[in-house]
Design a protein around this ligand. Structure first.
Ligand code: NDP
Length: 499
């Protein structure tokens, strides 16, 4: 653990939040409360309402009324964009408050939270422009007696279920695009990390968002999430989380044929070819599996290395990892913070034990550390991993790397695609032909070449195979939340069917 001066103090009492429905806070009275402790320090930091089915129904009714009265959909793209731009400015004003709460609830390093909050403001700004770019198509080639219009309309009321790993950033990758399209929303953040989503609701009202357009019901997935995914007045559901719960949501959506956008798990490979810039690749691989303590859907948890460079690569990896700063997330120097909760900490520890039991070779020994100080796990690297080991197949969601050596390009691609997932992949080589062959062959929604987990809101994100359905961000991310309508307009007198 690093031991440097802290610049932020822990709260003496948890901050309390209500629900946010129809442009107002709903007070906690009469509700059960959930107390969230900082996973890095073990002290209570926030208290939120455990929402009920009745709360979801109230929020959905508010969102439905706002949609049907066209309070938001009836505005111009420019007006919607103005609200999103004001919201971005308010995020920047409240950036420190948001970042500190994000770190208190997630355990991620404060420097990272600050970066994510500011990057989120940038996404709202991008989506403000996208609100003005949304358009349809015309068909002027249907003959003189017909004219065709293809228009995009907001799909309606969207249920938005988000996870705990990037509470504010994942919200930013979805919400402003949904709002840009003209839809209204009922959001359910993870009960572990609800604070910044609730503050976003307050920010949006202040920025001029009409009442009822964005509502937040906190609480458990088994109640609030289930009710949202079955609700007949929810037209579309955007879900980010595990593949298992994604399957439940998919089944529940059949009740009224909700449109779905699912961003689920991944077991994402890094492919390092012998000609790669090794120092860069080592750094990228470490960032890929340690960023956010490995609790990252696009994190690179499988490392495929060309056999001829494996010993050298392992040596460089171990050397660099020894300099990684793991510890108190309130310390601005920290690079890897705490694991989100005891359950996740236990899951990761169990996988490390299984890796040892299944005879993978430890390159760096993960120090599993759960004490009064908090829940930490030092990055752990296994080599000589084979495809049948659990650490090679399962999404662990922790700082654990499984190295699988390969001898040929074909073998590398085969191993990379040997997974039920298809969220992302990263390729390290200086040879453009190798890189492009890999880009074309790997079945994943996002591929990076000589970099990893980078990019902006311009490019869409989403998964192949069991990593999801649909795309978020970019103009695709706005279009995803629209229905397409074809309008046929007859010109001139009608040729009668019945004479
Ligand atoms: P979950 O899939 O359980 O949770 C994601 C969201 O769904 C949370 O808001 C959760 O609520 C909600 N939820 C839970 N059950 C239901 C349900 N029956 N119906 C509707 N919504 C529900 O992920 P976890 O947070 O438990 O994380 C477990 C695993 O999921 C991780 O180990 C990782 O593999 C994966 N994951 C993937 C992410 C990604 O970005 N692709 C993000 C986070 C996790 P609540 O938690 O409040 O009960």
């Amino acid at each position: 653990m690093t031991n440097m001066t802290k610049t932020i103090t822990l709260p003496t009492a948890p901050r309390e939040f209500g629900l946010y429905i129809n442009g107002k806070w709903v007070a906690a009275q009469g509700h059960k409360l959930f107390e969230r402790c900082s996973p890095a320090h073990g002290v209570p930091v926030t208290r939120t309402i455990v929402g009920t089915e009745a709360d979801v129904n109230t929020a959905v009714a508010a969102a439905k009324t706002a949609f049907e009265k066209r309070r938001w959909a009836g505005l111009s793209g420019q007006q919607r964009g103005d609200v999103l731009l004001k919201a971005a400015a308010l995020i920047r004003e409240r950036a420190e408050e948001l970042a500190v709460l994000e770190t208190f609830e997630t355990g991620k390093p404060i420097s990272q939270s600050r970066g994510e909050v500011l990057a989120s403001a940038g996404i709202y700004e991008y989506a403000a422009g996208a609100a003005r770019m949304l358009h349809g198509d015309t068909f002027n080639n249907l003959g003189d007696e017909m004219f065709g219009l293809v228009t995009r309309e907001p799909i309606g009321v969207v249920g938005l279920i988000t996870p705990w790993n990037f509470p504010f950033f994942i919200l930013a990758e979805r919400l402003p695009f949904i709002l840009a399209s003209g839809c209204t929303v009922v959001a359910k953040p993870s009960d572990l990390t609800s604070a910044t989503t609730l503050i976003m609701a307050e920010i949006l009202t202040k920025a001029g968002l009409p009442d009822g357009v964005f509502n937040v019901v906190t609480g458990s997935g088994s109640t609030v999430g289930e009710v949202l995914s079955h609700h007949p007045d929810i037209d579309m559901l955007s879900f980010t989380g595990s593949t298992d719960i994604g399957k439940r949501v998919l089944a529940a959506s059949a009740s009224n044929f909700k449109k779905l956008s699912l961003e689920l798990g991944g077991k994402n490979p890094h492919l390092v070819f012998a000609d790669a810039q090794l120092e860069d690749a080592v750094d990228g691989v470490i960032f890929g599996f340690c960023f956010n303590a490995g609790q990252c859907c696009v994190g690179g948890s499988r490392l495929l290395v060309e056999k001829s460079i494996l010993p050298k690569f392992e040596q460089l990896l171990a050397q660099k990892l020894s300099r990684l700063r793991v510890g108190d997330p309130l310390n601005p120097q920290t690079q890897v913070g705490a694991i989100v909760n005891e359950k996740q900490h236990q899951t990761i520890s169990d996988y490390i034990a299984r890796g040892v039991k299944q005879n993978a070779r430890l390159v760096t020994q993960g120090n599993v550390h759960a004490s009064a100080e908090g829940l930490f796990i030092q990055p752990t690297v296994f080599s000589d991993v084979t495809s049948d080991m659990d650490i090679a197949t399962d999404e662990i969601f922790g700082p654990v790397l499984a190295i699988l050596p390969f001898e040929t390009e074909e073998e590398a691609i085969r191993i990379a695609n040997d997974t039920i997932y298809g969220l992302s992949a990263t390729i390290w080589t200086q040879n453009l032909s190798i890189a492009m062959r890999a880009v074309r062959s790997i079945r994943a929604g996002r591929v990076w070449v000589n970099t990893t987990i980078s990019g902006g809101p311009e490019m869409p994100s989403g998964g192949f195979k069991q990593s999801g359905i649909g795309r978020e961000t970019g103009l695709y991310g706005v279009e995803e939340y629209t229905e397409i309508k074809s309008t046929h307009i007859a010109l001139g007198p009608r040729t009668h069917w019945v004479s």
